[in-house]
Design a protein around this ligand. Sequence first.
Ligand code: NAD
Length: 245
Amino acid sequence: MEFAGNTIVVTGGTRGIGRAIALRFAREGARVFAAYLRNENAAREVAAEAAGLSGEIVTLQADVSTQEGAQGLIETAAASGTIDILINNAGIIRDGYLAMMADDDWDAVIRGNLYPLFHCCKWGIRKMMANRRGAIVNVSSISGIAGTAGQTNYAASKGGIISFTKALARETGPMGIRVNAVVPGLIETEMIAGMKRDMVDRIVAGAALGRLGTTCEVADAVAFLASDRATYITGQSLVVDGGIL
Ligand code: NAD
């Protein structure tokens, strides 16, 4: 019951890694607000699955790359008090080699991966500041450290998340708010189902552990960084990649 009584926001919290994170917190007693873009069935399923747990998952449709979506989510979650933990997990890919990349694919990925952090952290820390306490975990990617061919847009956005995390940690540390990132390798979700198979196979072959990661393995790292077991850790990026890097 590590998170009993906590109010936690998870963006992209009804599918893939975000779903595992939301369920992890709900299992430990938290009230989780999980935002999703459009898949209502996935939202209903995760809320129903949480019904048997000690916490709960409240699902909300909100585009967190927009100010209205992010602010609405934060205000709704904070209505019963404050926000203890914010997990910025929502993200997208639009892979392609740079020479052929459409402007739309560049814009969509930069906007879809960086604006949610800007908006959700901006409104989230305003709530946390009142309590002088809070934890934020941002979901980056090893592409943001090592770079991946065919992912210049994604690598730029995910590298940006790591730098954003360090800068915000310095800003909010004096107010008792910690900011960290997790950096997943290749995790078995619908997102990688959209990647080229040969690219996935090549990356897995180079992993020390020789396999894809699971969503629960990322959720465990997120939960650790968000918890009171990590009270002296801020500005860090924890790589969870089975030894790919
Ligand atoms: P996914 O596509 O399965 O799920 C992403 C979720 O985010 C979806 O529910 C989607 O609706 C939501 N979302 C996206 N944009 C949103 C927006 N603007 N507003 C609200 N919700 C939005 O992806 P996943 O594989 O679970 O990835 C989750 C995070 O982990 C992403 O940030 C991704 O970049 C990162 N990541 C994934 C992998 C991997 O191998 N799967 C590796 C490294 C990093």
